[in-house]
Design a protein around this ligand. Structure first.
Ligand SMILES: Nc1ncnc2c1ncn2[C@@H]1O[C@H](COP(=O)(O)OP(=O)(O)OP(=O)(O)O)[C@@H](O)[C@H]1O
Ligand SMILES: [Mg+2]
Length: 321
């Protein structure tokens, strides 16, 4: 059984609907990559799962989020608070949103163990140092006593991961955990997350706009476009045969080794803003194979084994032509 089961999840903020019937699941010991360009609804999905939409004036307007069999949509804030940090942890893009600049990082990790695991101060400290060591921080005891400003970006991001792990969560939601870091450090941090998932049987929802991160780390991938599923499948199948024109375009944008950054390709055109979502398939203005009905009819999601796709032109489980 999937640890996290999301069905037809829709989010509204005021009169806007930035997320429209998104469905996916994440198993224990497995990594789902949630990809899409800026504004596609990735962070809102994370906020919805964490029960944090009210902070931004949003709410789940439809659908279900089942975590280990419990329905989280409509869960009272008390019970949600008991899950957050303890069974479900969130890692965000900017470590400084999670770290207090005037407190030693060790104390910040210790507090999670004390609060969520009921550890004594001494046990929490020992556990924090153990976690930092597992995150391949040399001389973890020294780092434990440092302030955030004394550390590099990559080091701070590891501290944030240690904070997430200190509650011993079953599910980690990592929202672009490495975008602020340079490429080498990015790959190291992603590898650390992958190793943790495999060793501890965690479930990881890894949010990224980078298909090469998906290729490196994930088991399953869900491609979002303008708040809707474009395509989802196993990573193996997506890279063997992506069928949605948007997925194909994202894969075509992956820089090849040796390519200079100046020659990086992007997808022509821009993601529509949530206030200007029009009818039909939202990708049609940028799509090279769009037909007349793509402008007027919303494509239904076709399901075939592990494959889901919403496209008038492509057929689930089959190649073009
Ligand atoms: N508080 C808000 N009020 C109104 N619209 C919002 C709010 N937060 C996000 N949105 C809109 O919802 C859409 C999805 O936003 P979201 O932050 O989930 O995108 P994202 O996929 O995480 O993008 P990025 O890659 O830039 O982080 C965007 O069009 C955004 O403008
Ligand atoms: Mg985001």
């Amino acid at each position: 059984m999937a640890l996290l089961e999301v069905r037809d999840l829709s989010v509204t903020i005021g009169s806007l609907q930035p997320l429209d019937r998104v469905t996916f699941s994440v198993d224990k010991g497995s990594i789902l990559g949630l990809v899409g360009e800026s504004g596609s609804g990735k962070s809102l999905t994370a906020m919805a799962l964490m029960g944090l939409l009210p902070l931004m004036g949003g709410r789940v307007s439809q659908g279900s989020v089942r975590f280990d069999g419990t329905e989280l949509v409509g869960l009272d804030s008390e019970r949600y608070r008991a899950l957050r940090g303890r069974r479900i942890a969130l890692i965000t893009q900017n470590p400084m949103t999670s770290l207090d600049p005037i407190q030693r990082v060790g104390a910040q990790i210790d507090q999670v163990g004390i609060l969520h695991r009921g550890l004594t101060a001494a046990d929490a400290r020992a556990r924090s140092i153990e976690l930092l060591t597992q995150l391949r921080i040399p001389d973890a005891a020294t780092v434990h006593g440092q302030y955030p400003h004394q550390m590099s970006g990559g080091m701070k991001q590891r501290v944030v991961i240690a904070m997430a792990l200190a509650g011993d969560p079953e599910l980690i939601i990592a929202d672009e955990p490495t975008t602020a870091l340079d490429v080498t450090i990015q790959a190291q941090i992603i590898q650390i997350l992958v190793d943790l998932v495999r060793q501890r049987g965690l479930a990881l929802l890894l949010i990224t706009h980078d298909m090469s991160v998906v290729a490196q780390a994930c088991d399953q991938v869900l491609v979002l476009y303008a708040g809707r599923i474009a395509e989802s499948n196993t990573v193996e199948a997506i890279f063997a045969q992506a069928l949605h024109p948007y997925t194909q375009a994202l894969i075509a944008c992956i820089p090849r080794s040796g390519q200079v950054s100046g020659s990086l390709r992007g997808i022509a055109g821009i993601v529509p803003s949530v206030a200007s979502y029009a009818g039909g398939c939202r990708y049609h203005p940028r799509c090279s194979v769009a037909q007349a009905r793509c402008q007027t009819e919303v494509p239904a999601t076709q399901v075939h084994n592990t494959h889901r796709i919403a496209c008038h032109v492509a057929t689930a489980g089959a190649a073009h032509g």
